[in-house]
Design a binder for this molecule. Structure first.
Ligand code: COA
Length: 387
């Protein structure tokens, strides 16, 4: 094989076709609908229907879909027991919420009567169950961590609440304000799908062996966890917290500049910046930044200051490195403003991206070809074992 055919990280390689999503400079499109349009005019439930069922829902179809998902929200006693028993590991730090969610999804697989059935109808049923149950796992996990009573375990929250509002309710035990529920809803729309990103590609590779949907989702969760992918929303907030600790709460420009200069000198990667595909900016970032900032203005001065710090960091990155923030940067600040514990940011990403993964897994199963590239060998030459 010639050197020219190797593309590190498969950058720019078109690895297959999809009708689910298009990511191009200037536009992000889910099944023909542009992301600004969806963020402004659709709900997360409508977006989930669009991705999973393949078209915009009628009001009746949406009602049916929403009812089906709400009915699937409760999780079994076995999963609840696991979430209770893993609490010491979470407290000790040997487990993190993304790992716990991954195992939770694995247990759901064992309980799902459709688990080994890869037919389109079974895959759709499993997708809706996962969409419904993932927020319940996240919510109950956090409740055990906080040492509170589980929130409505028989119903998996309040059936009257939307996916976004119920997720916040399950995590905190308190009904969110309309503003907080709206911001969460939009963040879920923005996170729902992104063509052949690392976790989705992982899910397609697994589905391409004709393995099952739960297995493909489990692998996707492991891929999303990494800080170069979904884990960046947690890492971005941790980085901002570190800057705040180092420079103090006053946001003095000279101190921020000095912190950034040091980051550049030490060749540190700044989390929540850069993107493999978007080199001129991530379309989703300004949408979430604007909404998060509005929420911060309602919550108080320290949250506004956090956004001001973030904006200063963004300006330096753009001026000095010409690197734009990705959606994970405003997400970190926004979820922090909402009072969500940092280690749950990436699990919340899963509560949304399950829709995109499932759509891709179904697309892969519907027109399958094993995904199996080859590598250029650079190891030692052949040596006889007994020489
Ligand atoms: N901080 C500092 N420098 C960065 C950077 C960042 N977040 N992202 C890219 N760069 C620099 C690289 O170091 C490289 O510089 P060099 O040419 O001097 O070596 C240059 O920009 C090109 O970046 P490259 O590594 O080729 O980009 P990529 O397409 O391989 O990586 C990411 C894309 C997302 C992995 C990368 O931008 C990154 O690690 N970002 C931080 C993690 C993150 O936010 N992930 C979420 C993505 S949605």
């Amino acid at each position: 094989m010639s050197e020219a055919t190797i593309t590190r990280g498969l950058e720019g390689v078109i690895a297959g076709e999809t009708a689910v999503c298009s990511v191009e400079q200037g536009q992000l499109i889910y099944r023909g609908y542009e992301i600004h349009d969806l963020a402004e005019n659709a709900t997360f439930e409508e977006t989930a229907f669009l991705l999973l069922e393949g078209h915009k829902p009628t009001p009746d179809q949406l009602r049916r879909f929403t009812d089906e998902v709400i009915a699937e929200r409760p999780i079994s006693q076995s999963v609840i027991n696991f979430l209770r028993d893993v609490r010491p590991n979470l407290k000790a730090g040997t487990a993190v919420p993304m790992d716990v969610l991954r195992t939770g999804v694995s247990i759901l697989a064992h309980e799902d009567k459709d688990c080994q059935d890869n037919s389109p109808a079974a895959n759709l049923r499993k997708s809706k169950r996962l969409l419904a149950k993932i927020p319940t796992i996240i919510g109950h996990m956090q409740t055990f961590l906080d040492g509170r009573d589980l929130v409505d375990p028989k119903t998996g929250g309040d059936p009257k609440l939307t996916h976004a509002a119920n997720l916040l309710y399950l995590m905190t035990g308190e009904k969110p304000t309309a503003e907080a529920a709206h911001v969460m809803d939009v963040s879920l729309i923005l996170y729902a799908e992104h063509d052949y990103n690392a976790s989705t590609f992982t899910s397609r590779v697994i589905a391409g062996t004709l393995s099952d949907l739960h297995g493909a989702v489990t692998g996707a969760i492991a891929a999303l966890k990494g800080p170069l992918h979904g884990g960046a929303n947690e890492a971005a907030m941790e980085m901002l917290a570190e800057i705040r600790k180092d420079i103090g709460p006053a946001n003095q420009p000279d101190k921020i500049n000095a912190w950034m200069d040091n980051a550049f000198t030490t060749k540190r990667k700044l989390m929540g910046f850069g993107h493999r595909v978007y080199k001129n900016g991530d379309h989703r970032a300004p949408i979430l930044h604007g909404l998060g900032r509005q929420l911060a203005a309602q919550k108080g001065d320290s949250y506004v200051k956090l956004f001001e710090l973030g904006e200063h960091v963004q300006k330096i990155m753009l001026d000095k490195k010409n690197i734009h923030p990705n959606v994970d940067f405003p997400c970190g600040m926004t979820y922090f403003t909402m009072g969500i514990p940092v280690p749950q940011y990436t699990p919340i990403f899963v509560a949304s991206r399950i829709t995109g993964w499932a759509a891709h897994i179904m697309e892969q199963h519907a027109n399958n070809r094993l995904i199996r590239p080859i590598a250029k060998y650079v190891g030692p030459a052949i040596t006889p074992w007994n020489k």
